[in-house]
Design a protein around this ligand. Structure first.
Ligand SMILES: Cc1cc2nc3c(=O)[nH]c(=O)nc-3n(C[C@H](O)[C@H](O)[C@H](O)COP(=O)(O)OP(=O)(O)OC[C@H]3O[C@@H](n4cnc5c(N)ncnc54)[C@H](O)[C@@H]3O)c2cc1C
Length: 505
């Protein structure tokens, strides 16, 4: 049934909403996680039928949604790319390059016919009697309501709302007479030529956008409430370049460079916990010579948190600092008191005049794609569930969830989760089970529960704003979300599926 329906879809025919469509596995989202899940499923579980439902008009997720000037990765693509497809260019990549890479993965593995675009899932209900999920889906182009069913739901929906960004509630915001743009909602044309621009925020988005527009503006002010750590490096990987010169096959180069980067990242993470002040000074010392004489580096670039308690933004070639040195960009560290007709009044009393204000203030976190879930007619509140290895949730059958690393590339974890899900599906077949649900056993029933992420460990604004909506973690494995790739790459492939944490029926 699904294969026929998929063929109809590719020839443009409509489905009959009276006939629910059924697949073995349904993947939500065609971003880097969903495309990876589809690839691994097709390779490791070739007999299973599957469909990917994507709300947007094409694949790419993050890399399609974000169109502001200069949008690029801040991870290297050896590790942000998949384990199975070598990355052949410079480590830091533009959104366009990442979309091309994903397009190649879809093309080379015939995944296109499995993906349905403009299909937004709004409801998902599990029935234990039927042993399946029923999904209500709205076609974004026609408004048509469809029903899909599946034995297993694989959530690859990312972690934030794609249709709008996060904008704080500022006093007087409506009074401002100039142009306001959020980078996540960048229109086709923004007129910043020869204009005074204020960019609010200093995270990776601000730091990539500013160098891309600065030369065309009259001036850009980067206004931040608090500083961000930056790591400057050239956009090359010397090891990859050397291996390429030696004519080493691309697959080997990819794997060797991934291992080396993972090892280096691990060392930096360890340093951020063991000797945070040493790492802070190292980061500040690398940027100091790139800034003008007398620049107050401590005030503007030394955060109050320890390195890696929030993401360290990578600046290839230090382009933001070049703009500051050239006088095109200045940095102001202050609080916004209110917006005025002509700009922003700051808590210090200073005012910033602006023609254009860019609100690089981040994401609006979304828990599981804003889908209303129910299990046997009982609504699910994910905040009341406990995570199993950061992949499944107590009381929610046949559902896996992809959430990547904060301090390492997201895709390293997405690949590991794909292996885990495929192994789990195989295990269900072998044991004749049609249902798998994480369940806290007797001893664990009163285990101490902690937030999804310990704010001491990692605490960016978008996460702390929404932690109360996220599932909880337990105090011990397998009820914790693991943050370290070096640990999880050993742990997850060996995880005992019969240790009692998962109930198979
Ligand atoms: C500008 C930017 C740069 C980043 N750079 C890096 C980086 O360098 N390294 C790194 O590790 N991380 C980075 N991140 C984080 C990044 O979002 C993730 O690493 C990764 O792209 C997430 O991929 P994903 O497929 O899991 O989710 P997304 O890219 O968010 O894609 C999820 C998809 O699911 C779809 N979807 C959601 N809900 C539904 C629904 N109900 N029905 C149907 N479809 C739905 C969405 O439309 C979307 O297309 C960056 C984020 C941003 C915004």
């Amino acid at each position: 049934m699904s294969a026929i329906a998929l063929n109809l879809e590719t020839t443009g025919s409509r489905e009959d909403s009276a006939n629910p469509l059924h697949v073995d596995v349904l993947i939500v989202g065609a971003g880097i996680s969903g495309i990876g899940a589809a690839y691994h499923l097709s390779q490791q579980c070739p007999d299973r039928s599957f469909t990917v439902l994507e709300a947007q008009e094409t694949f790419g997720g993050t890399w399609w949604t974000h169109r502001y000037p200069g949008v690029r990765s801040d991870s290297d693509l050896f590790t942000f790319g998949y384990r199975f497809k070598p990355w052949l260019s410079a480590p830091i990549a533009s959104a366009e390059e990442i979309l091309k890479y994903l397009d190649d993965v879809i093309e080379e593995n015939d995944l296109g016919a499995h993906i349905r675009y403009r299909h937004r899932i709004t409801n998902a209900s599990w029935s234990t009697d039927l042993r399946r999920w029923t999904l209500s889906v709205t076609r974004e182009d026609t408004g048509e309501q469809l029903t899909f069913t599946t034995n297993f739901l694989w959530m690859c929906q990312g972690y934030y709302r794609h249709n709008h960004g996060y904008t704080p509630d500022w006093e007087g915001f409506e009074d401002f007479q100039g142009t306001v743009v959020h980078p996540q909602e960048w229109p086709e044309h923004v007129d910043y030529a020869d204009k005074k621009v204020v960019v609010i925020g200093s995270g990776a988005t601000a730091a990539t956008l500013i160098p891309a527009i600065a030369a065309d503006t009259a001036h850009v002010t980067m206004l931040q409430r608090s500083p961000t750590f930056f790591f400057v490096r050239p956009n090359v990987n010397e090891l990859a370049d050397m291996l390429r010169q030696l004519d080493i096959p691309d697959e080997w180069t990819h794997e060797i460079v991934r291992r080396k980067i993972a090892q280096d990242m691990d060392a930096i993470t360890k340093m951020s916990f063991d000797t945070p002040e040493f790492l802070r000074q190292f980061l500040l010392d690398t940027i100091r010579p790139l800034l003008p004489d007398g620049f107050d580096v401590e005030r503007h670039f030394s955060p109050t948190y320890r390195p890696w308690q929030q993401r360290i933004a990578v600046l290839p070639e230090g382009d933001l600092f070049t703009c500051i040195r050239e006088g095109k960009v200045s940095v102001v560290t202050d609080q916004i008191e209110k917006f005025t007709e002509r700009g922003i009044q700051l808590a210090s009393g200073e005012t910033l005049e602006a023609d254009v204000i860019i609100t690089a203030t981040g994401f609006d976190m979304s828990v599981l794609g804003d889908i209303q879930f129910s299990v046997d007619d009982k609504p699910v509140d994910f905040a009341e569930t406990v995570t199993y290895r950061g992949i499944m949730f107590t009381g929610i059958p046949n559902l896996a969830y992809v959430f990547g690393y904060f301090r390492a590339s997201w895709t390293l974890r997405a690949d590991l989760i794909s292996d885990f899900v495929c192994r789990l599906l195989g295990h269900m077949d072998e044991s004749g089970a049609t249902m798998v649900t994480p369940e806290l056993g007797g001893e664990e029933a009163d285990m101490a529960l902690v937030p999804w992420v310990d704010p001491e460990n990692f605490n960016p604004g978008y996460l702390t704003r929404s932690l109360h909506l996220m599932p909880k973690q337990g105090a011990r494995d397998p009820w914790r979300l693991q943050h370290e790739y070096s640990v999880e790459k050993e742990q997850l492939p060996r995880a005992d599926l019969d240790d009692g944490a998962l109930a198979f029926k």
